[in-house]
Design a protein around this ligand. Structure first.
Ligand SMILES: Cc1cc2nc3c(=O)[nH]c(=O)nc-3n(C[C@H](O)[C@H](O)[C@H](O)COP(=O)(O)OP(=O)(O)OC[C@H]3O[C@@H](n4cnc5c(N)ncnc54)[C@H](O)[C@@H]3O)c2cc1C
Length: 381
């Protein structure tokens, strides 16, 4: 999607445009709970609009799921239904905008996905055909191993004729992005406080919310909960599934082996510009295993997929816990009253930039986005 289409879609799906003029000059006070990729991006966008924003985290920024993510930015076939897929496509566009602004470290070399078993290959092709039936979809084609080997000379595609190439996908370094946005928030006059744990709401109505934190009482006009897997603990709700763990291995910088995001039968990998490999696994992590065993298992799969004589030299073996809404779709919008807002989702890396843009529009301009209609918390009650 080009920049013009992107901006046109954002405009078309915004309602109550008159309010933009009414609210434009008022300075709002907003607290964002959770400095993962979602909370930090929202706080950064709010700070750009002159909001008095305070971003708090009970630990360090990026220490939750975002710091242990595979960090693939995509709008591929599992992103269904269409409203979610379109939202993810806009997510890619929105990242191109803040990438320039903040010199983010994103490699836009696309992704390659393939399966070994014939039945898995035909499932993959069926999914791509469904994706291509959408009115808009991110550029995707099926290519054979010869073309794939030109893109990825070190990957063993094993004569596979059905490899899915999604050319607009990217991979980001989320910790680097969070740290750059935090500098931006501070430069724009906002505050980032940690460790500072949200404990409870003391008072809340349409005009303001007062909260107790581990470091004192804070009051604001709007509070945005971006606290991932902790969301249900904050409100006693049941909006999320049990979080699903995933192992991520980050290596020391190594020889150049992978250009794009490669999603093979057992593992997926990409390599950052500094040579660090980021590797995740298709299965849900067997938690009883030690980090040494995770590394051993993934090293075996890696050598099965990549032509290299070197073993993986891990700098970190991480277990990330995904915040997954009950119906797998993002939870974004007001909750209980006009002052409290929620933004929690899986695939939060792919969506962070568009979520930052639209939530800021909703909070600062008081302009609702129809793009968020399918994701409102109200669907759960
Ligand atoms: C292994 C793995 C691979 C993944 N791969 C991808 C991928 O390739 N692409 C993709 O788009 N997504 C991927 N995801 C999902 C994605 O990483 C998450 O959706 C995203 O990181 C969620 O970001 P967040 O900011 O909502 O949550 P988090 O990063 O978890 O941030 C929440 C923050 O809230 C803070 N917090 C919690 N409670 C409180 C409190 N009471 N007070 C103050 N602070 C609090 C936490 O400390 C934390 O820093 C993956 C996830 C995992 C685990």
């Amino acid at each position: 999607m080009n920049r013009r289409d992107f901006l046109k879609i954002l405009g078309l799906f915004a309602i109550s445009p008159k309010k933009i003029y009414a609210q434009k000059n008022k300075t709002k006070e907003v607290i964002v709970v959770g400095a993962g990729i979602i909370g930090t991006t929202i706080a950064y966008e709010l700070s750009k609009r002159g909001t008095n924003v305070i971003l708090i985290d009970k630990n360090k920024p990026g220490s939750g799921c975002s710091g242990s993510s595979f960090a693939w930015i995509n709008a591929t076939y599992p992103k269904q239904p269409y409203s979610y897929n379109l939202f993810s496509q806009l997510g890619i566009n929105a990242f191109h905008l803040i990438e320039k602004e903040l010199s983010l470290d994103i490699k836009w070399n696309g992704s390659l996905e393939w399966a070994l078993k014939i039945e898995d290959q035909s499932k993959l092709i069926k999914s791509i055909n469904k994706l291509k039936s959408y009115p808009k979809f991110s550029p995707t084609e099926i290519i054979g191993y010869k073309k794939a080997e030109q893109l990825e000379p070190n990957i063993k595609f094993k004569n596979n004729k059905s490899i899915v190439f999604s050319r607009s996908d990217g991979a980001i370094d989320p910790k680097d992005a969070i740290s750059k946005m935090i500098s931006g928030i501070r430069t724009n006059g906002g505050s980032v406080l940690y460790p500072c744990k949200f404990e409870k709401i003391l008072e809340s109505n349409d005009a303001f919310t007062k909260i107790k934190t581990s470091t004192g009482i804070l009051k604001c006009q709007n509070i945005i909960f971006c606290n991932g897997t902790d969301l249900d603990n904050s409100f006693g709700t049941k909006f999320l599934k049990a979080p699903r763990p995933g192992v991520i291995i980050k290596t020391e910088p190594t020889e150049s082996l992978v250009n794009s995001i490669v999603y093979g039968p057992q593992i997926h990998a990409h390599q950052q510009r500094n040579g660090q490999l980021i590797i995740g696994e298709q299965i849900t992590t067997p938690l009883k295993e030690s980090p040494k065993n995770h590394l051993r298992r993934i090293n075996k799969h890696f050598k099965n997929m990549v032509r290299t004589s070197n073993n993986l030299n891990a700098s970190e073996v991480l277990i990330g816990w995904r915040p997954i809404p009950k119906d797998d779709l993002p939870i974004i919008g007001r909750f209980k009253n006009k002052s409290i807002y929620l933004a929690v989702m899986h695939s939060g890396i792919s969506l962070a930039a568009i979520v930052g843009t639209l939530v800021t529009q909703e909070i600062v301009d008081e302009v609702d986005s129809l793009l968020l209609n399918d994701f409102r918390p109200s669907r759960f009650f």
